[in-house]
Design a protein around this ligand. Structure first.
Ligand code: GLU
Length: 408
């Protein structure tokens, strides 16, 4: 009674590890939650106030999103990218995950997914019956595909239409793509459509964030939302910017939205206007500074001859490879760590790596972001003392991981 392709799917790894960790905690275990990736910071007060003020909003809103919100997002993104986006190009959804799903359902063609990539792109293409290709990357190229590797894949079948996913800063590697220009040449040459998942863009440690849309905007659907920079993952509000050249895709997504979620929750949309219209620079700068400090702390303390990884560049993930661990699968390796040390992390196999590659993802978000942020100002340097005081579980988790690497 259940379709085979659906039966073969599992619970999404990120949500599953969140539930496992919480259940272990309920049973009285002290778990270090390096598995699930969600912002440790509070939603800024003014935005929460705006949500309270709009609790009475009860009508269904336009399918594509409230006009005033789309205007605010267009203005915010135009300023950030120095591109003139129009409100009509913005599509608001209940989290970008749902919009991506509708894109997969609408799109006729094949999907290119760099390995490693976030856990849901591939299952979504399976559900939508789209053929997908993992594309190999290397740590030397920051875990992003080279133009050459993309071209080699396209040349195997030039007749097909391709949708490529690009996510910078990246989940799970914590890296930023530095070869956007060369990738954009291939995108233009073969008219590839790009889904640029920019959900971590505000959390890029280098101030000058660059989007692939700055090189080939007519091919690029930008995806972003409130979950990461605004600490509002549970509010479920994301958006796409769809260029006029891809209007047909936008119209199909609109039909699917009208037949599924109808429109995003009204109070959340009204509150989001405040999020995009107001200036939250201080909050974002402090979030970035704390995450950079913590990411570098874990990196510095964990890196060794047996543990290799790239230095974090944005977002809140690190992707170590454990050279001295010999398990059949990276899932077994993570289970061993959870059982022995109570540290939860996700195996590389959830992000596209072969089972026997001893890679994992650490989400360094297990700390009270509200408390940390309220104790720093613009001159504060995030040093070890501060991390010990305000992020003790990060320190403890890093210590337990180190012991596990060294002694098993
Ligand atoms: N993006 C987050 C993660 O990778 C969680 C949200 C999700 O996967 O839906 O942990």
């Amino acid at each position: 009674m259940i379709k085979k392709k659906i039966k073969d799917l599992n619970l999404s790894a990120t949500l599953k590890i969140n539930e496992i960790s919480k259940n272990l905690e309920k049973d009285g275990k002290e778990i270090i939650k390096f598995g699930f990736g969600q912002s440790p910071f509070q939603v800024p007060d003014k935005i929460v106030e705006s949500l309270k003020k709009n609790a009475h909003q009860k009508s269904y809103l336009p399918i594509q999103g409230l006009d005033e919100l789309r205007e605010a997002i267009a203005k915010y993104e135009s300023k950030k990218k120095n591109i003139n986006f129009k409100a009509d190009q913005i599509f608001v959804g209940p989290g970008t995950k749902e919009l991506m799903f509708l894109l997969h359902i609408s799109f006729e063609g094949e999907i290119i997914i760099p390995c490693p990539s976030w856990v849901s792109y591939q299952p979504q293409s399976i559900i939508a019956d789209n053929k997908f290709h993992w594309i190999k990357t290397t740590s030397e190229n920051n875990w992003y595909p080279t133009a050459e590797s993309i071209e080699n894949l396209i040349l195997k079948n030039k007749e097909t239409k391709y949708l490529m996913i690009l996510n910078s800063p990246n989940n799970p590697s914590g890296q930023v793509c530095i070869n956007l220009k060369e990738i954009s040449e291939i995108i233009k040459k073969y008219k590839i459509i790009v889904l640029s998942d920019e959900i971590y863009s505000e959390l890029s440690f280098n101030k000058n964030y660059e989007s692939i849309s700055n090189y080939c905007s007519e091919n690029v659907i930008v995806s972003n939302g409130l979950s990461k920079w605004c600490g509002a993952g549970g509010w479920r509000l994301g958006y796409f910017i769809i260029p006029d050249e891809l209007k047909q895709l936008k119209n199909s997504i609109k039909v699917l939205a009208s037949e599924t979620f109808s429109a995003v929750s009204a109070p959340i949309q009204f509150a989001a206007i405040t999020a995009f219209n107001d200036d939250h620079e201080k909050y974002v700068l402090n979030s970035r500074k704390i995450l950079k400090g913590i990411g570098e702390y874990v990196y510095k303390n964990l890196k060794s001859n047996n543990v290799i990884m790239n230095k974090p560049m944005g977002g809140f993930y690190l992707m170590p490879e454990f050279l001295n661990k010999k398990f059949k699968t990276s899932q077994e390796m993570c289970t061993d760590l959870l059982n022995k040390k109570g540290v939860a992390m996700l195996p590389g196999s959830d992000f596209g790596f072969l089972n026997d590659k001893m890679i994992a993802r650490i989400s360094y978000t297990d700390f009270d972001g509200k408390n940390f942020m309220s104790n720093i100002n613009s001159d504060t340097t995030i040093d070890e003392n501060l991390i010990k005081k305000f992020a003790p579980k990060i320190v403890e988790g890093t210590k337990r991981l180190k012991e596990w690497v060294e002694k098993g």
